[in-house]
Design a protein around this ligand. Structure first.
Ligand code: ATP
Length: 304
């Protein structure tokens, strides 16, 4: 196999700047109003033709990732294989993970988005952004945003995404903690704690702060309605949030359904100080400085 036969896609993790969660509907889903930001923590998906579908996963937390048909990357391939004529009966998929598994940063969704893009390229399907988005939405609420990247408003189940005008760069510190949190378990606890749900309107103040490039104002508007439920299941996360604030973060939130905690910092120097302080904190298995926004899933061309 020549390297030119390999399609390589890089796809970012997300942080929810706002995650506004309405009441559970009869179909089990919750209406959402969310603001996503893509940050420079990437998984990579490599794809090349094969006689059947093979999946190989390397990197962070791979023991917790299913390698069968339930893997979101395999599901993305299966969805397109059922709808289009592809040049080979299968593909070899290699996922190089850096996004923490079950960490509230949508790593599985990112891999699904990357696979859609890789198959589109390899098979020459010529799908436009809207066609890709509609397949992505079938695979999961966070998959369309992983294609889009940047900063975006997500409505519906989070799958209707629209770019948000924003200025500037955000410096974040991520604190990864032991174990994952199951997204359905966190939503289940949310339903018990807040049976009527919350209002799903993303705060106007956040949209204004993004447009103005005002990071301090933005920090004061961060909102995660799942945080209370995540902290109820993982009370140890409160200590991590407190430690980040003490170290000078403008604000700290649980990322999505957790348990990753994300700290927004005034600038790079502040982020260095916050990350140095968090490294010493018990219960944290990794600390990473990232920035956003960054683009969504992208094909990496070796000689580009
Ligand atoms: P989200 O923020 O979208 O709720 P998450 O970041 O908390 O998700 P993921 O890393 O996306 O969590 O994984 C959630 C679960 O999905 C994992 O526990 C794993 O069993 C399953 N999964 C399926 N495919 C993948 C994949 N490619 N990478 C990671 N997890 C996957």
């Amino acid at each position: 196999m020549t390297t030119s036969a390999v399609v390589r896609v890089r796809v970012p993790a997300k942080i929810n700047l706002a995650l506004c969660v309405g009441p559970r509907a009869d179909d089990g889903f919750h209406p959402l109003g969310t603001v996503f930001e893509a940050v420079n923590l990437f998984d990579e998906v490599l794809l090349w033709p094969a006689d059947e579908v093979n999946l190989n996963i390397v990197g962070e937390g791979v023991d917790a990732v299913p390698v069968g048909p339930e893997n979101l990357a395999t599901k993305a391939f299966a969805l397109l294989a059922a709808r289009y004529t592809l040049p080979a009966p299968g593909v070899h998929l290699e996922i190089r993970k850096s996004i923490p598994v079950a960490g509230g940063m949508a790593g599985g969704s990112a891999d699904a988005a990357a696979t859609l893009l890789a198959v589109n390229e390899w098979a020459g399907l010529g799908m436009d952004a809207e066609e890709l988005r509609s397949h992505a939405a079938e695979l999961g609420s966070d998959v369309p945003f992983a294609l889009l990247g940047g900063v975006a408003l997500g409505t519906g189940r989070g799958d209707h995404v629209m770019p948000i005008m924003q200025r500037g760069h955000h410096h974040w510190v991520l604190a990864f903690s032991e174990g994952g949190l199951s997204t359905p378990a966190v939503y289940g606890r949310f339903d018990e704690l807040v049976p009527d749900g919350r209002d799903v309107d993303v705060p106007d103040a956040m949209i204004d702060a993004l447009a103005a490039g005002d990071v301090e104002h933005l920090a004061s508007t961060l909102r995660n309605d799942l945080q209370e439920a995540a902290l109820d299941l993982r009370p140890d996360l409160q200590k991590i949030l407190d430690a980040g604030q003490r170290a000078g973060a403008l604000a700290g939130i649980v990322s999505g359904s957790g348990p990753t905690c994300a700290f927004l910092c005034r600038n790079e120097d502040a982020a260095v100080r916050v990350s140095a302080a968090l490294v010493a904190e018990p219960g944290i298995v990794g600390v990473r400085r990232v920035h956003g926004p960054v683009p969504g899933a992208k094909i990496i061309r070796e000689h580009a």
